[in-house]
Write a protein that binds this ligand. Structure first.
Ligand code: UDP
Ligand code: MG
Length: 330
């Protein structure tokens, strides 16, 4: 007889989370055990420098429901999630971090909404314990930018990286081949029936956040360039305005010259050269960001490379294949 297909696939990206995984596993077993449903846990080790892979592989050896993959280098948590979702075979998938900031006890609330027919349930942070003011401020600015500038108005204003997706959403997401994109923004953009619940984000148990400033800035640029060309349009507007003022002023200078009052002045010349030069360089930078992404996507490199995995024992290849067929048929 075939093993039961999992109802829930929990997907966790993990970067230097060796000390958190065993506890998260225990809490998952407890919460999902109480719900009495079939589940699997897919951990994607984003090339950690600590014992993350060995800890997860040991859990996988003891419990067939656990499956771990390791990236050949650090690709970032959104890519790790994309990889985990490719493997998910449940009727729904829940994305949660490895650091126990997202309490597994929220899972039944997410699932309750899903059972009511919602296809994407965001767990929005009400309280963020133990976070630096700068982190919270950065998140606020980012989500405000996404809602008001990029136009993804449905994005939760305080942010959400803990959520549930119906398998239809997971299947739809698998069709996307983009590398430089914010997964959360993409899911918001995709539509479906979405809603949000609130939860209190806990303080990190061990280790520290893997999101440094460089990764955050790349996420901002990826998010903006993936969903709007407004910066390019703004460039056209600014360019038009600067050109208009420039031509008008040039006309004035010529007129002054012809009427015998040439304007003297190194200072005004330098101001004009520096301002116009600065604006031009900024614009070239913006264009470059779009152009580089277009070039990089056109290379069609694999989005991630797997270095190692545990042995997949659950659900069996046969069950996964039959699931795939059923899902493809709708
Ligand atoms: N993470 C990852 N790759 C990275 C950075 C983070 O897989 O390059 C994982 C991390 O282990 C955690 C989740 O993504 O499970 C959320 O990251 P983190 O807790 O560092 O972010 P924060 O809570 O500060 O937003
Ligand atoms: Mg965290």
């Amino acid at each position: 007889m075939r093993d039961p297909a999992p109802v829930v696939s929990v997907v966790t990206p993990a970067y230097n989370e060796g000390r958190n995984l065993a506890l998260l596993y225990q809490r998952l077993c407890q919460t999902l055990g109480e719900l009495n449903i079939s589940w699997e846990w897919i951990v994607v080790d984003d090339h950690s420098a600590d014992e993350t892979f060995s800890v997860a592989a040991e859990l996988a050896q003891r419990d067939p429901r656990v499956y771990v993959l390791r990236f050949s280098r650090n690709f970032g948590s959104h890519t790790a999630l994309i990889c985990g979702l490719q493997q998910a075979s449940g009727d729904c998938a829940i994305i949660m971090a490895a650091d126990l900031q997202d309490p597994p006890e929220t899972l039944p609330v997410l699932m309750e909404k899903w059972r009511q027919g919602i296809q994407v349930v965001w767990a929005v942070r009400a309280v963020r314990e133990g976070e630096k003011t700068s982190t919270v401020a950065f998140a606020r600015i980012y989500y405000s930018l996404m809602r008001h500038f990029v136009g993804l108005k449905e994005m939760p204003s305080t942010g959400a990286d803990f959520f549930l997706m119906d398998r239809r959403v997971v299947e739809a997401l698998r069709e996307f081949r983009e590398s430089h994109v914010s997964l959360l923004a993409l899911i918001t953009w995709m539509g479906f029936r979405q809603t949000a619940i609130t939860y209190d984000k806990q303080a990190r148990l061990h280790g520290r956040s893997g999101w440094n400033l460089e990764k955050k800035l790349k996420l901002v640029l990826d998010s903006v360039t993936s969903f709007t060309y407004l910066p390019i349009r703004l460039m056209s507007y600014v360019g038009f305005l600067v050109a208009l003022v420039g031509f008008f002023y040039a006309g004035l200078i010529v007129l002054n010259y012809l009427t015998g009052h040439p304007v003297q002045g190194w200072s005004s010349l330098m101001v004009a050269v520096l301002v116009v030069g600065g604006v031009q360089m900024l614009m070239m930078g913006v264009l470059g960001e779009y152009l580089w992404r277009a070039l990089d996507e056109s290379r069609r490199r694999p989005r991630y490379i797997i270095e190692d995995t545990s042995q997949r024992r659950f659900p069996s290849e046969e069950t996964r294949e039959s699931n795939r067929v059923q899902k493809a048929q709708g």
